[in-house]
Design a protein around this ligand. Sequence first.
Ligand SMILES: *Cc1c(COP(=O)(O)O)cnc(C)c1O
Length: 355
Amino acid sequence: MSNERPRNFASDNYSGICPEAWQSMQEANAGHEPAYGEDRWTHRATDLLREVFEFECDIFFTFNGTSANALALASLCQSYHSIICHELAHVETDECGSPEFFSNGTKILLVNGEHGRVPPEAVVKTVNARDDIHFPKPKVLSITQATEVGTVYKPADLDALSETVRRRGLKMHMDGARFANAVATLNVSPKEITWKVGVDVLCLGGTKNGLAVGEAVIFFNKDLADEFGYRCKQAGQLASKMRFLAAPWVGMIESEAWLNNARHANARALQLQNELKDIDGIEFLAPVEANAVFVELPAEVIKALREERYWRFYTFIGEGGCRFMCSWDTTEDDVAELAKDIKELMALKANHKLI
Ligand SMILES: *Cc1c(COP(=O)(O)O)cnc(C)c1O
């Protein structure tokens, strides 16, 4: 542990709780409150999220993103249906079969697309491939905003997808673990990339945005929220001291920290991209449109970054390469130090001085 750095680039969930979330957790800790979501904080957080989305949506707070996605998807499907998503989608690669489990066996159908985005043509192709009774009927398109490789869908992209799925009777689910980062990049109001472009349900990420724990499942199509509370309870996702899941959202929204944190993290990713882009031999694997930077680095450089310079980052996400993820508390100095180490090691590598 002695060589651990105070902050790292492995994931935005390596970060702690941001001050605004912490402050309202503390305020929520005064005295008694009704349990199971009947408290003032939950009501307030719900109202504030409705203001953010400018929509009278139905909102549920869960502990994490896996359950939010899985339960939301389960509420859109019967077990004989199928869910279309990108092959890199978290629901496919990182949820241990949770969507299939909670939907009692709904099949996930994978499509490919550049930089983590699902193209409308891929959806059409999958839907048109079969329409007989022997194949699970496509019922939902699940997309991730921002995507697993740090890109975003623009409003027009979403519009095209929505048009495609709606004509074919499919629903649209959005995994928004990094929704705030997408809003910050696109500089749009949240409605422009959700209900206005046909998103039926959004799983809004809080944890990676600066909360201790918690995501919000937001139904714009309120019919689909019917009995969703039972699903949450059955899945162990109904917090009895719900105020502590809800209160941080109040602080985050009232202070606009949810957006400022995302802007900050995105800016650090752009900084890293700028610092790396002139180094010979560095290849970016995806455009930097949110808070992640994906680059290809030589194996010796990766090893030295980890073992000699004590940086942490993932190499198994998306299409491989190194993922450097920035969070709300990543500093300019953190980025500069990392970039300096990468530059030095790349130079050593070029001179055959790295083994
Ligand atoms: C982190 C993440 C989630 C949520 O993961 P949990 O660990 O279950 O909270 C969902 N989708 C994406 C794209 C993520 O990156």
